[in-house]
Write a protein that binds this ligand. Sequence first.
Ligand code: NOJ
Length: 738
Amino acid sequence: MKKNELSELLKKMSIKEKVGQLFQPIGFAMMDDPAITGPLLESFKMRQEDVNICGTVLGMAGAKNARKIQQDFIDQHPHKIPLIFMLDVINGFRTIYPIPLAQAASFSPELAEECARMAAREAAASGVHVTFSPMVDLVRDARWGRVMESTGEDVWLSSQFAAAVTKGYQGEDIAAADKLGACVKHFAGYGAPVAGRDYNTVQLTERTLREYYLPAYKAAIDAGAALVMTSFNTIDDIPATGNKKLMRDILREEMRFDGVLISDFNAIGELVNHGLAADLAEAARMACEAGVDIDMMSSAYINNLEKLIEDKVVDESLLDESVMRVLELKNKLGLFENPFKGADEKLESELILCDEHRALARQAAEKSFVLLKNEGQILPLSEDEKIAFVGPYVDNKNILGAWSIMGKAEDAISVQEAAERILSGWDISINQGSPLLDADVKLEGFRGHEDEVYEQAAIDKMLEEAVTAARTADKVVLFLGEHVLQSGEATSRGQLDLPHVQLELLQAVAEVNTNIVVVLFNGRPLDLRMVQAKSAAILEVWMPGVEGGTAIVNTLTGQNEPVGRLPMTFPYSVGQVPIHYDTYSTGRPHRPGQDKDRFVSKYLDIPNKPLYPFGFGLSYTRFEYSEVVLDTDVIAVGSTITAAVRVTNIGDTDGTTLMQLYIHDVAASVARPVKQLKDTQHVRLAKGETQEISFQITEEMLRFNTADGRFDSEAGQFEVYIGDSSETENVATFRLEK
Ligand code: NOJ
């Protein structure tokens, strides 16, 4: 449709019909088997007459359903306006890839882009038009369960992933049959709730918000994201969903976002709970004035906007502005020409879990694993050893992550299944060893979740069998982790350790065999002190997706090399969080090793260093790298410095490492982080091979939010670090002259 046709359409609509375009009910209003999310399902009551004029639908998929619902809807709609079907396609649609945090561990935005492209293909064939992804909230606090949906703590890395994933979903043209509109979320600062408690207040200075939290949203917007979702939290004490400054001044004016702004689930209604609005009518007015176009699942708009406009409390031009944006999105998606878009039953069944998508899921999982420890090169395993596979994750298919809403555990390949297929002829025993959860823990999922409950006698027996197997094995591989429902939305934790019943298993096994490899399934950094102390090797596999089992077995046996690196710091203990590598020096910096200095910035009872730092991960081989060499030590606007190191593979096998470039502004108008990641490069080297790798440093990389409110660089001295984790001390210095 042409712009003027959209305007004509808008003119023909009544106020009520226009408000309908901004009303987003949940799919169950229209179908039998909806994907349901959110807290209001029981209490939410929708009127059929409102549903009949709604503009978009939440949580719907299935080509057959989508086509029928769309056709029936258009037939009865006074202006024949099609619906947009929106769904949380997060780490895949039905073929589930590793969780976003795991994808970030690959440090390969291109890989995440490919996962998004394949997810879009499946979802679009299934009738979905828009996905609520990517989530680009910066995270520094592992107590917050949604860190699993993020790409970690680093502003540069998150921005790379934000842009790549957006492009993956959208391609060049969201009207294409196999593309989705991307909705970047949650604007803004949702990843920084006080004390890691979900939905909690966010307290960020404007500088911190701009410097660290906003860039990833901006990267997604610059990459063309069609929608933005508001966040549940407050920003400067004003809930984001009613925050005019945030939405109108920053998002629309500064960031130049001209797409659709949708509230999070009932976030407009929650303006009342926040204590900003007295009732839903006031909430509707505030959200509308802030520029929120679509009201997801609160009745605030549909029940109040018409009257607010008739009473001249809200200007009709605000409604028109929002409705026009929704119509424009429908137009960009090509729905006026083809309201069914990619929905195609035959293609849907061909694409879902097809070999190509499964192969990508396996590759993505393999690239996301992080080897945290490998003492005495206990890994990879070899065929001539007697090995005991033990633990609640050996035969567990709940490895898709909490947001795999259309995913089915039965699609996943467990470790046991993969081992039986790939390792025939190996001497491997299999024992569960312990339940996954402590007896007193009950978890609730979106659709309810039943975990097996064990009698104490059964637990004792499991443990005994596992210990017996461990006693006679050369090596024990313990598959431990968080329950899939312990990470994700509304899963804040005050302790970050593994379930105690699993730690007891670890302890019991360690008493009879010290050759322990721990394979960890989890959605967030955990307190791994005991795991580190009792094991010889640790392989972090996150929630690895449908091909998890195969990818894990391939990695344990050396068919795949672990190349992942931590996208989030693993704290020493929960007392260190929030923690992130790009911290400030303070006026009294603690120097590692000088723990007796009293009046410096440090803990008395725990180390200052995390257990495993950002950017860390081992390979099956070892690497050495030279000092940093610069081609010049002066940079100016428009010029570059080449910073190089020589990397050598000094181990016994070919392998890949990730070289990381960090910069530190030594003296500036505001305190600057001790290091900030600016670039990375994967380097693959044959055994014994040396390669020079170089990075280009530009003046743009040195810019920040200055004391006088500019985004600019300042002349002076800088340090450049090149190394294999954020703890590298491999440094050279240069000057910026302006
Ligand atoms: C609430 C979550 O915060 C958001 O991320 C999600 O997209 C919506 N529910 C819709 O399911």
